[in-house]
Design a protein around this ligand. Structure first.
Ligand code: DGT
Ligand code: MG
Ligand code: MG
Ligand code: MG
Ligand code: MG
Length: 268
């Protein structure tokens, strides 16, 4: 087809190809979820329906899009890591990020009722996205550690804060005052001595967030085979299938990475 005289406008598009050899991380974060959580009466400090829906949506992103090797989520955010050798959409940052954001957002709405039942979704939620490149396994692990440490710090604070309010009868202002300047050890101590709560025994989902990875499983099904001039017979067929598995476990230390050594590709 002949080129139109308008064709030149293409040249105004900027190149946003992600640097080769780097892990591409897309992090989404719920837009104004402070208000969204209030309006949809999320339980405090953690709403398992909301967390389940976030994870379900991330699961859909991993299944529908190419080359995501691990995802990590907590609160209203989820990070998706594309393998460093991915060539999906020619590594164009805007394509990758918008596909992740739109697949996630539409899934969040699509699966809403599976988690919230009859409670209506009051308005369409949105998610912002950003792309960050990490050139080494150490940098990528430090990124994920940073998000999990953030989960821990916030959850410890929120757990004590809402325990002081819900069980201790403090007002939110009093609880905030009480926690001013306290360290992690102080917060653990308040929970333990005043409320008989051992923070380390609180739900791992809340303390560690959610990590999604691919796992291979052998699956055996019985197939009916009909060869020419033979009776039809049933034969077992085993094939390796990948499926998304979720973990609520520490990803800061080495153990997780040693047990799942196929996630990271070697630094060269
Ligand atoms: P943003 O991200 O700048 O548009 O603003 P927000 O309001 O989304 O702020 P952000 O992302 O820093 O904080 C997440 C908010 O979501 C925070 O206000 C608490 C709320 N949220 C997330 N998960 C839960 C939950 O399980 N229960 C409750 N009650 N609130 C939650
Ligand atoms: Mg924010
Ligand atoms: Mg947010
Ligand atoms: Mg957030
Ligand atoms: Mg198109």
């Amino acid at each position: 087809m002949a080129k139109s005289k308008f064709e030149y406008v293409r040249n105004f598009e900027t190149d946003d190809t992600c640097l080769r050899n780097c892990y591409i991380v897309v992090r989404l974060d719920g837009r104004n979820f402070h208000k969204f959580a209030e309006q949809h009466t999320f339980t405090k400090p953690n709403d398992n329906r909301a967390l389940g829906l976030m994870t379900r949506s991330a699961h859909s992103v991993m299944e529908e899009l190419e080359d995501i090797v691990i995802a990590y989520g907590q609160s209203d955010e989820f990070s998706f890591v594309f393998k460093r050798t991915s060539t999906w959409f020619k590594r164009r940052a805007s394509k990758l990020m918008t596909h992740v954001a739109s697949q996630f957002s539409s899934s969040y709405v699509f699966y809403w009722k599976d988690y919230f039942g009859e409670q209506p979704l009051l308005y369409p939620p949105g998610f912002d996205g950003r792309v960050v490149l990490y050139p080494s396994n150490r940098n990528l692990r430090d990124y994920l550690s940073w998000r999990q440490a953030d989960c821990h710090v916030n959850n410890l604070y929120n757990t004590v804060f809402w325990t002081l309010v819900q069980k201790g009868g403090l007002t939110t202002v009093q609880a905030e005052e009480r926690l001013k300047g306290t360290l992690a050890a102080d917060k653990n101590e308040i929970l333990f001595t005043e409320f008989d709560i051992n923070y380390n025994k609180e739900a791992a989902l809340h303390r560690k967030g959610t990590t999604l990875i691919w796992e291979k499983r052998d699956e055996t099904i019985v197939k009916r085979l009909k060869l020419p001039n033979e009776e039809e017979k049933e034969v077992p067929v085993t094939r390796s299938r990948r499926r998304v598995q979720s973990y609520h476990t520490d990803i800061i230390g080495d153990q997780f990475w040693e047990e799942h050594s196929d996630i990271l590709e070697a630094d060269n």
